[in-house]
Structure formats: C-alpha cells, structure tokens
Design a protein around this ligand. Structure first.
Ligand code: PPS
Length: 571
C-alpha cells in the first residue's frame, strides 16, 4: 500500500455555481442564447462538474484536453485525468454554433442549469477513444455501445457558469455535494474516511470488505453508490437505495455515511477506477477501496473479461501518491463455509470449502424466483429485492415479433394475444405494425428515419407496459438491428424481452402477397419495400425463431408459448 501522509477532507475544489447577482445577469442573457437540452448522461456530467466532484475541471473538455486525456490520461497542463468529459452534439447542431458563443444548458423540461462559453467545436474520433479508453470496439461493452451508437459526432468544449444543480426529488437526505460532505465529516469529527464505490446492492461480501477496510485504515466509511443504472439487468435505483438503507443498519453506529453519487459510469475498468478515486478524493475521502474487476462490465460474448481483473488495482495503486488518496486493493471476498465467515480469496486456508455467487448470478436467481443462499445477503435486503423484482411469471414482458411483411408476425401475435388473455394472469396489449401505424405513427412513411421513429415509439409503449407488469406483444417489421437492440436494452430495464424472429423466407412471403404489396414493389409502384429494395437485417440471437412456411398459426404460436414456459414467463 502506498504510504504518505493523508490529508483530511481532500484538496482544493472548484465551484462552478455563480453567485446570485451573476445568476440574475445570466438569466437576463438567456433570452438571446440558444439552448442545448442535455441527455441523462450529460446531466450527470454537468452536475459533477458544477458541484466540484470533477475538480479541477471547469467545464466540458476542449479538443486539446480531450486528446491529451485519451492519449496519456492527463489534461494538457499535466494533471492526471483518465476519462473524457465532453459535451457531444449532432453534426447539425455543430453547424449552428460558433466558437466564442455562449449556450444555455437545459434539463429535459427546458430549465436552464448552466451557461457554456464555447471555446472549441470539434469532431470526435470515436474509434480512437474506444481503443484508448475502453481497450475495445466491442459494442457489447456498454461504454463502447454508448459512444458508438448514442453519442453525437461532434463536441463543444468550454468553461461553465452554473446556475442551479439538477433537481432530485427522491432520497434527498442522501444527496450531498463534496463541500456538504466535507462539512459533515467535520461535524462528526471524522478525519480518516474510506470511500466505497458500488453500483449493486450491498450484500454480505461487500459489507465484510468495507468492515475490513474500515478496520485496516482505522477509518469511517463513505458508502458512495452511483445512482444511475449502468447496465441492462442492473437493479433499479430506488430499490438499490432501499437496500443500502437496510444493509446500512448492520454497520456499527455512527461509522457509516450513505451518500448517492450521480455519476454516469462508462464501465471503463482501470481508467474508470482512477476517475472514481479522484472523485472520492474530492468528496474528502482519505482512502478508497478498489476490488476485483473494478468498473468492468464483466464478460464479453466469448466469456472473457473485458479487463484484467487486477488491472484497476494496479493502475490506481501506481497513481495513489499523485492523487493523494490511499488505495485499498481487495481480493474477491469468498464465503468460507467451515468458518461461517467471509475472507479475501488469498487468506482462505488451502482446502477449505468456499462459496461465492456473482451479482449477475444473484440477480438472475432473483428474476427467476429461485432460492438465494442465506450466506449471500441480509434477509431485509432480500425482502426489498423480492418486492421490487418478483419472479419472472409475475414480471412484465414484451414479445417483439420481427420479420418481413407477410412473414406471419401479425397472425402469430394475434394468437399469442388471445392465448395469453385466456390464461388471464396479466393484462395483455397487442401493438401490431399496421394498427400502430394507423394510431401512433400515422404521419410517418417508410424511410429509415421514419421506420426508426415508428419502432422506437412501439418500444417506448411496450416498455411502459412491461414496467407496469403487463405483457406487450409487438409486431412491426423492425428491420434494423441497432434499433431493435436499443429497444431490448430499454425494456430489459423493466422486465423480459423476447425477440421472436418470424424467419419465413422472402419467396414464401412474396408468394403469399396477401396485400398485393410485393407485386406493386416489384413493379416499382412502391419504393423502399422491405426485402425488395430496402434491407431487412436478420436478428442473430433471437429468443425464438419461427419459419411459418409449413406451420399453422396455432403451431407457430405454440412454439413461442413453449419458450415462454421454459423461460419462466408463464406458469
Ligand atoms: S417498420 O419498418 O417496422 O416501420 O414497418 P411496419 O410499421 O411494421 O409497417 C409494415 C407494414 O406496412 C406496409 N408497408 C410497407 N412495408 C415495408 N416496406 C414498405 N415500403 C411499406 N409500405 C407499406 C406493409 O403492408 C407492412 O405490413 P405487414 O403487416 O408487415 O405485412
């Protein structure tokens, strides 16, 4: 462990929030400013910039700082900074702005939170950032996926003047700025504070790890979970916070502070672990716990870890003195059966039986309504989780039928609708392609852009139904992989997503030509018809694949129902 004198309450903080007089002047100016409505990710970044958690940053990065961070993990002036913090915009928006101009940064409701003084407008080199920051271009990595598929092509950089932190309405008692938390430490008389970062509920292994760290560092604990959901499949934020409150009661009295960190994680493994340590330094921590595969997204589709599981520990340790925070590296904590206790993997006596369960495995068990071993977590935490995440047969889910026109999507969807209603366990809604186009999307045509809007609308409605524990059956063509993938991600936050690929060959669909549309498309009377002169990107890993060439509608629907049964969605 690095040894140097710890400085209580962190180093200097920047404060980008202006005083009342300047705020008034900026508001008066705002009438003449163009607005940028920030995404959730950008709002999180802005909040941490404004409240000083990203000190010493004073705004969104310029291209020079960005490139320097990407290439050598330092700002231009040499300050250690591992991850870009940029404000991305579309190419069209980039054309609207000029260097020297000021813009209003607004939340989703149009409320102005800050003013950015543009110093730079530049095009992102996404490939380079993928390789340097994430070490991969694999879009199964959530950070890479976000960068490649949801980030604008350009960025604007410049200093910020903050007017107002983003508003939070829930769990206000657990939200603190770095200044507020440093003042709290002072009030409590805490001088040594170990920070613990997590994005999962706190189970026994993490609890024991934090207790050990507190004992080793002779420190109190800042339990500092990030409160934005990072990966599909993660437990939702409200539930997680209730879990922290329950698990928190198991700490010795007055030794732990729970505070919520609105950080948008990138899951960039070792580099992100460095960022986490810098943030905790700003939150006044003297020590910071770095565990196995810290901030890594787990395994890729070949079953290999995106990052060396020890990489984050090694990198943070090597910069510990420069950051001014002591890194506490931890091995994986295992449950040692004979001793009925948790231990770091390297301390378990050889031959002693051990147990462990990854958080993903645990979440999976929860979703399937399976038993959870009592050594894994606290009974109160299980109780909270079970209420929020009932077993699959009580969750909502979406059946997303996709395939060519005439493949049989609507017919299968109608049979499934009727059969699921017959079972009577949950409300069932049918969002058929044609019906949606008449009601929700009547103004849209069949360009790529319009198809995407149409399919996203369906996805949004289905996600709301799924969230409220109903069943949504959708049946659009949905020809594009990226859009289907985004919808899956959205819906899997709330329940199940079953992609049903109606894989009836084009010749068969065309032979059926019930609406006479293929004939018209071949004759050139309809342009951009899917399968004729517009692409259909076939799903690679659908949950169910059905070719209806030789099946009756009942038989086809039966295959889907059997899958739902096997996967636990119906009983
Ligand atoms: S999409 O791509 O998902 O937005 O399409 P969708 O909303 O499912 O609409 C498909 C139905 O619209 C009719 N139609 C066309 N389909 C494909 N390409 C073009 N250019 C087109 N123009 C009209 C067609 O009848 C589809 O109905 P289904 O029920 O799929 O046969």
């Amino acid at each position: 462990m690095a040894s140097f004198r710890v400085i209580p309450y962190g180093g200097e903080l920047v404060n980008l929030l202006v005083d009342a007089e300047r705020a008034k002047a900026l508001k008066a100016l705002s009438r003449d400013l163009q607005n940028i409505t920030l995404s959730n990710r950008q709002l999180s970044d802005l909040e941490l910039l404004m409240n000083g958690a990203f000190s010493p940053l004073r705004g969104f990065m310029s291209s020079a700082d960005y490139e320097s961070v990407v290439d050598r993990m330092r700002l231009q002036d040499g300050t250690l900074w591992p991850i870009p913090v940029c404000l991305d915009i579309s190419e069209t928006e980039a054309g609207r702005f000029e260097v020297g101009q000021s813009v209003a940064l607004c939340d989703g409701e149009g409320f102005m939170l800050a003013v950015l003084h543009i110093e730079d407008i530049w095009r992102l080199d996404k490939s380079r950032e993928c390789e340097a920051v994430y070490g991969t271009r694999d879009i199964d990595h959530p950070g890479v996926d976000y960068l490649l598929n949801q980030t604008g092509t350009h960025c604007i950089g410049g200093n910020i003047e903050g007017l107002q932190l983003p508003l939070h309405f829930a769990f206000k008692r657990h939200r603190h700025t770095p200044v507020e938390i440093r003042n709290l430490y002072r009030k409590l008389g805490w001088r040594r504070i170990v920070g613990f970062q997590t994005r999962n509920p706190l189970h026994c292994a993490q609890f024991e790890m934090t207790l050990r760290a507190m004992a080793d560092a002779k420190a109190n604990l800042l339990l500092h979970p990030v409160v934005r959901r990072v990966k599909p499949g993660d437990i939702d934020t409200y539930t997680r916070i209730r879990c922290y409150e329950e698990a928190g009661r198991h700490y010795p009295p007055n030794m732990m502070l729970l505070s919520l960190l609105p950080l948008a994680m990138r899951m960039a493994g070792p580099r992100e672990a460095l960022l986490h340590a810098i943030i905790r330094k700003n939150y006044g921590c003297t020590h910071f716990i770095v565990g196995r595969d810290h901030a890594g997204p787990g395994l890729n589709r070949d079953g290999r870890s995106f990052y060396d599981p020890d990489g984050a520990k090694e990198l943070t340790l090597s910069f510990s003195a420069e950051m001014g925070i002591e890194i506490m590296p931890f091995e994986e904590m295992l449950y040692a059966v004979d001793q009925d206790t948790y231990m770091p993997a390297n301390e378990v006596p050889p031959g002693d039986p051990v147990r462990s369960l990854s958080v993903d495995e645990f979440n999976q068990r929860l979703r399937l309504g399976k038993r959870v071993p009592e050594w894994f977590t606290f009974p109160e935490v299980i109780e909270v989780l079970r209420q929020a995440h009932p077993p699959r047969h009580q969750q909502g889910f979406t059946i997303f039928c996709t395939g060519l026109s005439g493949a049989g999507k609507s017919t299968i969807a109608r049979v499934l609708h009727a059969r699921l209603l017959e079972m009577g366990k949950r409300p069932v809604t049918l969002l058929d392609g044609d019906v949606v186009r008449r009601n929700l999307s009547s103004e849209l045509g069949f360009s790529k852009e319009h198809r995407d809007i149409n399919v996203r609308r369906i996805g949004f409605v289905a996600s709301e139904i799924t969230k409220n524990r109903g069943i949504a059956i959708c049946a659009p063509i949905a020809p594009y992989t990226t859009t289907r993938r985004q919808i899956r991600q959205l819906i899997e936050n709330y329940g199940g997503f079953v992609e049903l690929y109606v894989d009836t060959p084009l010749e068969v669909c065309e032979g059926r030509d019930r609406k006479g549309m293929y004939a018209k498309a071949r004759a050139g009377l309809i342009k951009g018809f899917t399968g004729v002169d517009d692409p259909y990107e076939a799903p690679e890993n659908p949950e169910v694949r059905i070719d209806t060439t030789d099946l009756t509608p009942d038989e086809a629907a039966q295959e889907a129902l059997l899958y739902l049964e096997r996967a636990g969605f119906i009983k």
